[in-house]
Design a protein around this ligand. Structure first.
Ligand code: CA
Length: 234
């Protein structure tokens, strides 16, 4: 049923077995690599759909694997790390990872992240099929990039230029966690502390217009201390 082919990069054999057992039970296909060198080799020769990447590898830092893979591929990378420090997650995301899981994680959590990735891949695929279309649709949200307008339930949203820019950025990266630094660089061209504070304010006003229940947002998820992600809504 699940067609994703997943490259599992993990040097710790019990953890690797837990992951592959879970994948097998849910009919995912997978490859494994115990270190960075073989991960890069597997990623380049076997073209997996997703990489689950441990950051603490024996031969190199997982961040190096991300940098290397990003020189030729946009394949989704989910970082799995024992490090609970936000700075490690942020570094991985800023270097091109899509998402992260912190050890110890539950099997349910892992499967949920893979479903997000599957939806992200499907969205990328439909973008490619509609290369000429400048329309973005997600749940009740529609963006007409060419016209510079966003609609919610067919009604035009009244957004400030910054809110619109923010919404488009999140939409173009649907399914991917974007860090505060990345977002403020894209929206303001800089990333000072007060830009991050402004980002919170603009995100709050955008959510009021976008979410039917801003306290339990459906479209834009907060990753405390890290950033935001637009979820694919059915
Ligand atoms: Ca490790």
């Amino acid at each position: 049923m699940n067609k994703l082919n997943i490259l599992v990069v993990e040097d710790d054999a019990p953890v690797r077995n837990l992951i592959t057992t879970t994948l097998k039970a849910h009919e995912y296909r997978f490859l494994t690599a115990p270190d960075g060198e073989s991960a890069i080799m597997q990623a380049s020769t076997n073209n997996p759909n997703v990489i689950l990447l441990d950051l603490g590898l024996p031969d190199m830092d997982g961040i190096e694997v991300i940098k290397k893979v990003r020189t030729w591929s946009n394949m989704p990378i989910i970082v799995i790390s024992a490090r609970s420090e936000d700075s490690d997650k942020i570094e991985a995301l800023d270097n091109g990872a899509d998402d992260y899981l912190t050890k110890p994680f539950s099997v349910e959590e892992l499967l949920a992240r893979l479903r997000v990735v599957a939806r992200r891949l499907a969205a990328l695929q439909s973008d490619m099929n509609n290369a000429n279309s400048s329309l973005f649709t997600n749940g009740k949200l529609k963006i007409d990039f060419a016209a510079g307008c966003a609609y919610l339930e067919e009604k035009e949203m009244h957004l400030t230029p910054i809110e619109y820019k923010l919404l488009c950025l999140m939409a173009r990266n649907v399914g991917k966690v974007l860090t505060h630094t990345y977002i403020t660089n894209q929206v303001w061209g800089s990333s000072w502390d007060n830009d991050v504070a402004s980002l919170r304010v603009f995100m709050a006003t955008l959510r009021k217009k976008l979410e039917s229940a801003p306290d339990s947002p459906q479209y834009i998820q907060t990753h405390i201390g890290v950033g935001y992600r637009m979820m694919k809504v059915e």
